[in-house]
Design a protein around this ligand. Structure first.
Ligand code: DC
Length: 229
């Protein structure tokens, strides 16, 4: 296992496939740290919105400009806090404006380059569970355990609605949420830089009919198996 002190586990997959909650639970069970890489792209987006930089100008920004936004991570128990200019950010990363603009920001090569080193540093010692879109393909290509999570679109839409407190949505609400997720999947999969795709050496786990406990246990078992090697 390279010269790390433990394995890196990557979880990639489309929006609403349950990556972040699963990754967090797997990390807690293993005593590893969890990195939510989507949070980093959200933090860059938040920083640009707060700075008042017009969205039409984002594609002229350089890697240096992105770095100057000062997005960092700071290790905190089994996770990482995300900091913007030294301020810890969390709930504000989930706001509607950030959610609207983050796919565009994440499609820009300088944003990806500016976050690469930071993500690699977070995984330097291993013992990390990282979730996102390009964890197994670009950021940690030598990760010991790679997982690609999928779930059918309707199911992902229901989960997304439940996350925002919508326990009993109508068919129309599910259709609208599914259409939004499908649009996001297209943006993430069709972009030029680090598109969402299954790493060739990833385990494919379809969570449509799996309970949360089962999917966490399956990934935990994969990680424990490589730890024993
Ligand atoms: O997983 P999420 O919804 O927090 O991700 C937010 C956006 O960031 C989404 O458009 C996909 C993008 N993203 C990415 O391009 N690469 C990653 N490793 C993680 C997220």
């Amino acid at each position: 296992m390279s010269d790390r002190r433990g394995p890196i586990v990557t979880l990639d997959g489309p929006a609403g496939s349950g990556k972040s909650t699963t990754a967090k639970a797997v990390a807690e069970r293993l005593g590893f740290r969890h990195l939510d890489s989507g949070g980093l792209y959200r933090a860059l987006t938040l920083a640009l919105l707060e700075a008042g930089t017009p969205v039409e100008e984002w594609n002229a920004l350089t890697e240096e400009d992105m770095r100057a936004l000062d997005v960092r991570v700071s290790s905190s128990g089994t996770s990482f806090d995300i900091l913007v200019g030294g301020r810890r950010v969390s709930e504000e990363l989930r706001g509607p404006e950030v959610t609207e603009y983050v796919p565009f920001l994440a499609s820009l090569a300088p944003s990806r380059a500016s976050l690469l080193h930071l993500q690699r540093m977070a995984g330097e010692d291993g013992r990390l569970v990282a979730d996102g879109r390009d964890m197994g393909t670009v950021v940690y290509p030598s990760a010991e355990v790679k997982v690609y999570l999928v779930a059918d679109l309707q199911q992902r839409a229901r989960r997304r609605l439940k996350e925002v407190g919508h326990e009993d949505p109508t068919d129309e609400e599910i259709e609208a949420a599914a259409a939004a997720l499908a649009a996001r999947d297209r943006q993430d999969s069709e972009r030029e830089h680090s598109p969402l795709r299954k790493p060739e050496d990833a385990h494919l786990i379809d969570t449509t009919r799996l309970g949360f406990e089962e999917q966490v246990a399956a990934i935990e078992a994969l990680a424990r198996a490589v730890e024993r090697d």
